[in-house]
Design a protein around this ligand. Structure first.
Ligand code: NDP
Length: 331
């Protein structure tokens, strides 16, 4: 039986890519074992890139973007999921090579789904979404290296953005002294309310030091910004500290030397949320639902938008103007 529902539909034009809400049918959806009624999605930097041709995220149009979704199972051909189960999906091919979450219904492979962990609502799961999960993976890498609040302060870059704001809230909840670096001075107060002890400018978080090592300032760094600043930040990590690198809003390349690694035993931890193996995926989601749950973020840094308002939300995130998390109410 086919049913009509709304989805944000991207089409290629002569000048680029254009998107609008359109009515489609179940049979327009791609293959997958589980059909989900999507309640919420969200807007990540990658979704912004997916909305423009130069973003080179989506290969074929027409397309439904949205790299995250949360909702209820309405049909399942997989024994792990039953009708009515609350589920979430982030990463893999969702919203990249497979129709994504900006759609009242989505059909996805069962292997991509995670049951909503106890302690989170569907709405909270999508306030976190890929950005929150990436922040969680970054925190996991830092804790895994044995770093505790006694080792000293942690720097979070791009702190007013999605990954950054969630990382600030989690680390503060865990008792770490957090320094939040943000180019948006008008949001420094918000970052303090999320739990940051100090705020600094983007420039201060990447001040070039002349030698191969700078002053050891940070026990760890959560770095979703990347770019040349990352090379400088590596020099300011304390003995056996960690830099958890997840993003590239500040650029794709950085230079470094062997010195932070061989003289201070610094670890550069790469963070990938897309192909994260299931056991770690479940562990991080469970922590986000319990001990790490960033309540301060849910209360203060959420901007809810509709499917119709997605173009403005993409624009905000691509211009680096989004603050906290943009939640999408889908149905
Ligand atoms: P946001 O746009 O919400 O946050 C990025 C923040 O970076 C901005 O808010 C801004 O913070 C800062 N920023 C923007 N432009 C610049 C610039 N030119 N120089 C320095 N800082 C800048 O994006 P997300 O949090 O969703 O994603 C952040 C990054 O992480 C992206 O590159 C994204 O692709 C990547 N990512 C990677 C994942 C993975 O699996 N590895 C998963 C999720 C995201 P402020 O103004 O406060 O300085």
């Amino acid at each position: 039986m086919t049913e009509k529902f709304r989805a944000f539909w991207l089409e290629e034009t002569e000048t680029g890519v254009t998107g609008a809400v359109k009515e489609i049918e179940t049979e327009d959806l791609p293959q997958g074992e589980v059909l989900v009624r999507v309640r919420y999605s969200d807007v990540n930097y990658k979704d912004g890139l997916a909305s423009i041709k130069e973003g080179r995220i989506v290969r074929e149009y027409p397309f439904i973007p949205g790299i995250d979704l949360a909702g209820e199972v309405v049909a399942s051909e997989d024994s792990r999921f039953a009708i009515g189960d609350q589920v979430l999906c982030t990463g893999y091919g969702l919203g990249v090579s497979h129709f994504g979450g900006y759609s009242e219904q989505a059909r996805v492979p069962a292997d991509w789904l995670v049951k909503l962990p106890e302690g989170l609502t569907l709405r909270e799961a999508m306030i976190l979404g890929t950005a929150g999960f990436t922040a969680g993976m970054s925190v996991e890498a830092i804790l895994n290296a044995g770093i505790t609040p006694e080792n000293g302060p942690i720097l979070v870059t791009g702190a007013s953005g999605g990954v950054g704001s969630v990382a600030v809230a989690i680390l503060a909840k865990l008792g770490f002294e957090v320094t939040a670096s943000s180019g948006k001075e008008q949001e420094w107060e918000l970052l303090k309310r999320l739990g940051a002890s100090h705020t600094i400018s983007r420039e201060e978080a990447q001040t070039p030091s002349k030698g191969p090592l700078g002053k050891g300032l940070w026990s760890a760094i959560v770095d979703p910004v990347g770019g040349a600043g990352t090379g400088e930040r590596l020099k300011s990590i304390r003995y056996r500290g960690v830099l958890a690198l997840s993003g590239l809003t500040g650029g794709g390349d950085f230079g470094t030397s062997v010195h932070p690694f061989i003289l201070r035993g610094v670890t550069l931890a790469g963070i990938d949320s897309v192909q994260c193996p299931l056991p770690l995926r479940l562990e991080v989601w469970n922590k986000l639902a319990t001990d790490w749950k960033p309540e301060s973020l849910f209360e203060q840094a959420v901007h809810e938008v509709s499917l119709e308002q997605l173009p403005e939300a993409f624009d905000r995130i691509l211009k680096g103007q989004a603050v906290g998390r943009q939640l999408v109410k889908v149905s």
